[in-house]
Design a protein around this ligand. Sequence first.
Ligand SMILES: Cc1cc2nc3c(=O)[nH]c(=O)nc-3n(C[C@H](O)[C@H](O)[C@H](O)COP(=O)(O)O)c2cc1C
Length: 216
Amino acid sequence: MVATTAQAKRMERLGVDAVVAEGTESGGHVGELTTMALVPSVCAAVSIPVIAAGGIADGRGICAAFALGAEGVQMGTRFLTVEECTVADEYKQFVLKAKDSDTMVIGRGSGHPVRCLKNPFSRQIRLLETDLAANGAEIEAMHLGALRRAVGGDVANGTVMAGQVAALVAQRKSAAEVIAELVAEAEALGALDLDAVAALNARRQRMLSDDGAGED
Ligand SMILES: Cc1cc2nc3c(=O)[nH]c(=O)nc-3n(C[C@H](O)[C@H](O)[C@H](O)COP(=O)(O)O)c2cc1C
């Protein structure tokens, strides 16, 4: 997973097969750049496949990601509410109820930023982060087991990781149903064969590579 173009280039030099370019909209650990800004920049800079992540929850997001140059997508928040996901029902309900302004990032000051749903826990962390020097130990103690608490159903006192697209998640369904729906929507929307679009992006990336682009 990369959060900047420089990281993607470094990963390519190190020999990875592909990179996931993840925008700050995503749930969990985040960088600063948005998916919309990051993905095309990474796609222009590396010749390995780029998988877009962050803020993709439906066929529209998939079409957008492919249009930006990605060959695939990685989605997290959309699958938090599927039947197969083992988080507690309270977690799923929290995601289903979320509005687009209901996430926040905690941990920026300490260098481990995490996007999660606003709750008493995340608000208290944010408050304590205004004085990291004085409250560092308390913050660290609060983070211990915080995701586990949320996953177990304590959505007031845990880190309920979820991305900004929680606002678009309104169904439970099975993972297979969600995937079928996503692909159908994306193909209908784009009126194009997604494989053809992916192949086009892959060819462009190979051409960039042949030109020596992607080098520092
Ligand atoms: C609850 C949750 C836990 C996650 N845990 C990890 C993790 O352990 N490692 C990781 O690389 N990404 C993790 N992610 C990020 C996802 O793999 C994915 O890239 C991200 O959710 C995509 O953005 P989206 O949430 O907007 O779909 C997590 C995401 C969520 C929502």
